[in-house]
Design a protein around this ligand. Structure first.
Ligand SMILES: Cc1cc2nc3c(=O)[nH]c(=O)nc-3n(C[C@H](O)[C@H](O)[C@H](O)COP(=O)(O)OP(=O)(O)OC[C@H]3O[C@@H](n4cnc5c(N)ncnc54)[C@H](O)[C@@H]3O)c2cc1C
Length: 402
């Protein structure tokens, strides 16, 4: 497919968020979705397991079927999807620079949606010491090998992490006949919400809480890991390590661009319409924060697609530049970063996360006056939601720990 020089809306990333927004916009605008992979569908394309699709198609689907259905729905709605196209530059205008087999070119549009998802942090970023043998994989790499290449990289790995995606790793292992020998969690409790946390138990995988991987040992392949937990050091014989969690928004594109990044989320600063600091650019899905489910990202893409439609048709209200302030060192981040009493808000609730397991009182103050509060008991990588303020003024979110 040759790329047009101009469209109404350009969507970067053909995952659930980008495809949902594109489908929502197709009846009022010419929409082009670009993805650097050789097929559209985003991460679910690599997840050959259930459960996807309940919210979107009202049935249980495996990831690849779900991804195909999202693409089909978008194409039927009139969206053009181009794969093998890497977006490398964002400019005011908007104008974006892309590279593909056809070389380097630029595309102009009225609006751009950034929906580039997340990437996983590496073993080095998780500060795991020891040898550097083969067999240490992030979940995404494991899924690519198992579902796309039909390979089995190991038989009895250790899984590091207990958030949503580590359970995707267990399902991927089950599909390939791989039997994890341990699941390791640095925190004292499983991160994923009940009942997901029962899954390792159902699968007979020993769970090591308050434990870290101190060293990975082995020459060419992983042979064992040394765990450090409440009982001291334990050695587990294993042939692989799956490193899950600590996701980062795939926001490389923002480097050197004019669009402001939030150092706390790693994604762009947005308002409650999903608008970036250049209001011709919007963002949706896991680029906004690590990491949510496909259904959540899809719903968010759809809502922000509606906001973009409003922007094209009638224009959206101006946003003042005041930023939400977080008070309390256990608060990790909040999205959207610019909030107000927006009747048509696409991001209808404020989403927060913490840096460590905490209990305490979470409150919202507008112009110094408390407008909402509640007790929380939560842990990192778990979603906390708060209603948007109903009045205007500088907003503070305060966490007082017990
Ligand atoms: C390893 C892993 C496993 C997961 N498993 C599950 C699961 O089992 N169930 C679940 O509900 N959620 C799972 N998730 C969460 C997942 O992120 C969401 O399901 C969902 O895919 C997020 O949708 P998205 O549209 O925001 O991003 P993505 O699905 O990540 O799509 C982003 C797209 O943007 C493209 N892209 C990125 N940068 C560029 C660029 N510069 N130019 C062009 N294209 C670009 C990428 O190629 C990708 O196709 C998993 C996440 C990870 C990392």
């Amino acid at each position: 497919m040759s790329l047009p020089a101009e469209v109404d809306v350009l969507v970067i990333g053909a995952g659930p968020a980008g495809l949902a927004a594109a489908t929502t916009l197709a009846s009022v605008a010419s929409v082009l979705v670009l993805d650097r992979e050789n097929a559209a569908g985003g991460i679910p394309r690599h997840c050959g397991h259930y459960p996807f699709g309940l919210r979107e198609f009202h049935r249980l689907m495996k990831g690849p079927d779900y991804a195909r259905a999202l693409v089909d729905r978008a194409v039927k709605a009139g969206v053009r999807v181009a794969t093998g196209v890497n977006v490398v530059e964002l400019e005011p205008g908007p104008r974006v620079g892309v590279t593909s087999d056809a070389g380097r070119s630029y595309i102009r549009s009225k609006l751009v949606l950034i929906a580039t998802g997340v990437r996983e942090s590496s073993r080095a970023q998780r500060l795991i010491g020891g040898d550097k043998p083969g067999g240490v994989l992030a979940t995404g790499a494991l899924q690519g090998m198992v579902y796309l290449e039909g390979r089995r990289p190991f038989r009895r790995p250790v899984i590091l992490g207990t958030e949503l995606v580590s359970f995707s790793a267990i399902m991927t292992c089950a599909h390939a006949g791989i039997r994890p020998v341990a699941m390791v969690e640095p925190n004292p409790i499983v991160t994923a919400r009940w009942p997901t946390g029962l899954y390792p138990w159902l699968k007979g995988i020993p769970l090591h809480l308050s434990t870290t991987i101190k060293r990975i040992e082995g020459r060419s392949r992983v042979e064992r890991v040394v765990l450090e937990g409440p009982a001291g050091e334990t050695v587990i014989e294993t042939d692989g390590v799956i490193v899950s969690g600590r996701f980062l928004p795939e926001s490389t594109l923002l480097n050197g661009s004019h669009i402001e990044r939030d150092p706390a989320t790693g994604g762009p600063v947005v308002d409650s319409f999903g608008r970036c600091t250049d209001p011709a650019y919007f963002a949706a899905g896991n680029i906004l924060r690590p990491v949510e489910t496909a259904g959540w990202s899809w719903a968010e893409g759809k809502a922000i697609g509606k906001a973009m439609r409003l922007a094209l048709e009638n224009g959206l209200p101006e946003r003042d530049s005041s930023r939400l302030k977080l008070v309390g060192d256990a608060l990790a981040w909040a999205v959207p970063q610019q909030v107000g009493p927006d009747a048509d808000a696409a991001l209808g609730r404020l989403q927060l996360r913490v840096t460590r397991p905490v209990r305490g009182r979470l409150s919202m103050r507008v112009d110094g006056v408390e407008v909402a509060s509640r007790r929380i008991s939560t842990r990192p990588e778990r979603r906390i939601l708060m209603s948007l303020p109903e009045s205007s003024g500088p907003v503070e979110i305060v966490l007082e720990e017990e």
